[in-house]
Ligand binder design. Structure first.
Ligand code: PEP
Ligand code: MG
Length: 328
């Protein structure tokens, strides 16, 4: 039965066979937490911090200070009233150019973006990590690192976080010493070789927008190849499956925070595959919750198996359609 979406806010997202799915919000500014709370989000699964840096056109060469960042992160933490806030470290480059990045980038999507950029600008990275850690004194914060692909990127990031903690301790500033650190899985290499670094992390979050871009070799900003963007491509489904089984083996939680997580067409597929945390724009959350309330995960299993065994795009689509009527 279809409850009014407005009344759904306090209803937990539990399937008809009793499986709870955690629904989180993606935000871009601290003020977005108001909408996230109104939608009944259990937390913020992705705070795209780069918007603090990119809203600064006209203020070229002036990055937000540690204090400005701290105030923004703290505002988001306070806005969520004790629910966890996953703050992503700076993901600039490619489709998100920073005023101060002046190099002539040949192929931005494959260039110095996200964690690559941060590790090449250690002072900028350290400033951001310090601000995030300081915000963690005011409520649960998780640090999420975008575009991880190499083992040394994790090691260097963890070393930078350790350094930031040491500095803050020496200065007598408060932070949560246990703040969880996670990686975004959005480069196929990371999905394929997850055991390489999964033990060093506290959680994973799949960025399907970039995972699809890099797996299918289609620039997500290039309209001429937009028709090739296919979230049901068997390669994407196989990668998602690999990530969830590697995460289960390593016993660390994995969420999805890319566009697939908020796509009603895919709610049953993803929950049927075993995903238990989905992060999406707050506006999409009530309808995804409604779909979950109308789903029986056990009834989906034969269809899920068929989809994951198939390399035929037509069979995959037909099975997905059949699942829509079967899941209740
Ligand atoms: C993604 O790549 O799926 C993602 C969530 O990050 P962004 O869209 O900000 O690159
Ligand atoms: Mg991404």
């Amino acid at each position: 039965q279809r409850k009014k979406l407005g009344k759904l806010k306090k209803t937990p997202a539990v399937t008809q066979d009793g499986v709870e799915i955690t629904l989180l919000a993606n935000i871009e500014l601290p003020a977005d937490t108001t909408q996230a709370m109104e939608a009944g989000a259990s937390g913020v699964g992705l705070f795209r911090s780069e918007f603090l840096f990119m809203e600064r056109s006209g203020q070229a060469h002036r990055l937000p200070s540690e204090e400005e960042q701290f105030l923004a992160y703290r505002a988001a933490v306070q806005g969520m009233k004790g629910r966890p806030v996953t703050i992503r470290t700076l993901d600039v480059g490619a489709d998100k150019p920073l005023d101060t990045t002046e190099h002539n980038i040949l192929n931005p999507a494959l260039g110095l973006r996200a964690i690559r950029y941060c590790l090449s600008e250690p002072q900028l990275f350290l400033t951001q990590l310090r601000a995030m850690l300081r915000a963690s004194a005011f409520g649960p914060v998780k640090i999420l690192v975008p575009m991880m692909a190499h083992n040394f990127e994790i090691e260097q990031t963890l070393a930078m976080i350790a350094q930031a903690k040491q500095e803050l301790s020496a200065e007598g500033k408060e932070f949560d010493p246990e703040v969880p650190v996670g990686a975004m899985i959005e480069v196929p290499a990371a999905a394929l070789a997850l055991p390489m670094f999964v033990k060093k992390l506290d959680f994973l979050s799949i960025g399907t927008n970039d995972l699809i871009q890099y797996t299918l070799a289609i620039d997500r900003t290039d309209h001429e190849v937009a028709h090739l963007y296919d979230d049901l491509h068997p390669a994407i489904l196989q990668l998602l499956q690999m990530v969830i089984s590697a995460a289960e083996k390593a016993e660390i939680p994995v969420s999805i925070c890319g566009g697939m997580a908020g796509d009603l067409r895919l709610t049953r597929l993803l929950t049927g595959m075993g995903f238990r945390e989905l992060s999406m724009p707050a506006a999409l959350l009530p309808e995804v919750k409604q779909a979950i309330l109308n789903t029986r995960i056990d009834a989906l299993q034969p269809h899920i198996k068929k989809i994951l065994r198939s390399y035929d795009p037509v069979v995959i689509r037909e099975t997905l359609a059949a699942m829509e009527s079967a899941g209740q």
